[in-house]
Design a protein around this ligand. Structure first.
Ligand SMILES: NC(=O)c1ccc[n+]([C@@H]2O[C@H](COP(=O)([O-])OP(=O)(O)OC[C@H]3O[C@@H](n4cnc5c(N)ncnc54)[C@H](OP(=O)(O)O)[C@@H]3O)[C@@H](O)[C@H]2O)c1
Length: 326
């Protein structure tokens, strides 16, 4: 299925936009498109600063950016989402810099994500995919919330968009709410629970539960919160896939993938085209799409508060009272 064009009048004129994982892939292309549509400043939050600096250079050298947004500002920040310190240090610096400069933040796109072929624990002790795609994304959402909220004006409601994936719908391992006396998220740190692509989809399913619950606690008058999947896009995401499985990917990409620019347009659609009606919802290839049944059925209702409670328990230990940011 192809991705439609953005409406002709789409603009991000003078909007400040933060994009995590924006040195390559969808994050980079979303930064480029945002700049081409007038955004400034654009903040690149990247794991490796030299990669971010290189991306900044290329973005500002883009002929469309030079022509349409000649005074664009692009700033690079370090963000390592595999550690708690990486997330909190980034948020502290980023927010302090905005305060010092008297600036707000209009749009946050939490795009950084990872697929691991093998089981790996992050330095936090959590399984690495769950750490980056869920825990660190959730923590960053909460840390940015007050800045976003304070940036809302009568003309523009601040945006928080998380990049999820259709793969959340293929998850088989989480079909029912686990027993009450069981710490479900902690159980994922056991290697026996790990299966490669299943874990990726599971991380996206879990962060969807978090986002849905967050959107019930934050008014769409203050911050519009939604999530987006661009469908299959050829990027470096599958870099760890072993050589013998690569031909399957090539066929898959050749038959199903859209160009990365189209994927980036899906992000812009979620932050600039749709409005308050998108709060808590999921856009797949720009189309409002129902979540998987497990998200919305009776079991999903129980799971949502379960995931929320377990997540908040972990995050409160990292940043005491982080829940008061809501
Ligand atoms: N490509 C697809 O078909 C597809 C489909 C649906 C959803 N998505 C989602 O789209 C998002 C972007 O993926 P992509 O396809 O553009 O993949 P990508 O090219 O691999 O980009 C991923 C980005 O995330 C960053 N990242 C990974 N681990 C990080 C960490 N620990 N801390 C900080 N940054 C980290 C990477 O930084 P480095 O360059 O330093 O590794 C990179 O900038 C992901 O959330 C992915 O799940 C992709």
């Amino acid at each position: 299925m192809s991705i439609p064009d953005l409406p002709k009048n789409t603009t991000l004129e003078a909007r400040s936009v933060l994009i995590t994982g924006s040195n390559v892939g969808l994050g980079y292309s979303a930064a480029l498109l945002s700049l081409q549509l007038g955004a400034s400043p654009v903040y690149l939050a990247v794991r490796t600063l030299p990669k971010g600096d290189k991306a900044r250079e290329t973005l500002l050298a883009d002929p469309v950016v030079k022509k349409k947004n000649p005074n664009a500002v692009v700033k690079v920040y370090q963000l390592d989402m595999s550690t708690w310190d990486g997330v909190t240090a980034f948020a502290s610096k980023f927010i302090a810099d905005r305060k010092t400069a008297g600036e707000g933040l209009d749009v946050a796109i939490l795009n950084a994500g990872v697929v691991n072929m093998d089981f790996e624990l992050a330095p936090t002790g959590n399984e690495a995919v769950i750490q980056v795609n869920h825990f660190s994304t959730a923590l960053l959402s909460l840390l940015l919330l007050p800045l976003l909220e304070s940036s809302t004006t009568p003309q523009h409601t601040a945006r928080l968009t998380i990049v999820t994936s259709r793969s959340h719908a293929r998850v088989q391992s989480l079909k029912a709410c686990p027993p009450d006396d069981y710490n479900y998220l902690a159980s994922l740190n056991d290697k026996k629970t790990f299966a490669t692509m299943e874990r990726y989809g599971l991380s996206k399913l879990i962060v969807i539960f978090f986002l849905r619950e967050l959107s019930t606690r934050v008014s769409s008058d203050k911050v519009i919160i939604n999530n987006v999947c661009p469908g299959m896009i050829k990027t470096k995401l599958t870099r760890g896939v072993p050589w013998y499985a690569q031909p399957v990917l090539w066929v898959w990409y050749a038959t199903s993938a859209n160009p990365v620019e189209r994927g980036a347009a899906c992000y812009v659609h979620a932050v600039a085209t749709v409005g308050k009606e998108s709060h808590g919802l999921w856009y797949h290839k720009m189309k409002l799409t129902p979540y998987a049944d497990i998200v919305t059925n009776q079991e999903g209702e129980k799971l949502q508060s379960r995931i929320w409670n377990e997540t908040m328990e972990v995050l409160e230990k990292v940043v005491p009272n982080v829940g008061t940011n809501i």
